[in-house]
Design a protein around this ligand. Sequence first.
Ligand code: PDD
Length: 289
Amino acid sequence: MADYNNIVFLHGQFMPMSEAKISPMDRGFLFGDGIYEVVPSYDAKLVGFGLHIERMQNGLDAIGIKLNMGVDDWRNIAQNLIEKNGKGNLGLYLHVSRGADVKRFHAFPENIQPTVFAYAFTIPAPPIADKLKVKQYSVTSTEDLRWKRCQIKSTSLLGNVMHFQQGREAGVDETILYNQRDELTEASACNVFVVKNDVIMTPPLDNQLLPGITRNMVLDILRKDGTLHIQERPISMTEVHAADELWLTSSSKEIAPVVELDGQPVGNGRVGDIWQLAQTLYSANKHNY
Ligand code: PDD
């Protein structure tokens, strides 16, 4: 999957990727002026679709892009892409840029049509809640040098891309980020959870992190279960380094256990019991969203 024969959606039509063309004057290309989503789908079942579209609409409102598309229009596109490209484990990439103008000028142009693009790509199978079988993640940490509007899922991702690359070059899977007060924000493409003494913690929502749909679902599922204590609060990097468990969450990973941070083991260096419980509950409940 994911080659030039894939069927993608652009400018209101389905077509092979090789035929999909956008203008070089598109503001998505020139300015990264757009909003995107990645929605997971397993065996043609979309996870958290309504929540993803709601976040996309919040992003479009935040940057003043007017688009006449509702959740049913998006669902229709997503289902068509799944049908045309095969079921399996897919990420649906949905993208809206402000559109193409005839000149490059920073101010929002009037009377241009947003560019709508969507395609499907293969994602890994969801984790099985088994400590011995799940992929174990290693991460590094660095100061968060992105912009101050990280709650907007903007296509301007250079800050995230550079942080992700830092981790790659250090030979690890992800880079977790902290602000100038030495508090955890998120990772370059995931949210972060910390477990200490059976308490599950994650930073509160503000402009320093993306309101992850997986984060939101994990919190909701764990609160409904009621077995574990949950805290949304600022977390210092000292606490992160002293954690029993560390998790990354994202639509394509669900809950990913981290066993190494900055070259040191997290907790006892093995995947934890609380992760196993959380991923078990997540697997059982994710299709309710
Ligand atoms: N990344 N934080 C950032 C910076 C992200 O880019 C993502 C998602 C998340 C997790 O959000 P969610 O649970 O809604 O996927 C947190 C996507 C998958 C990406 O850019 O590919």
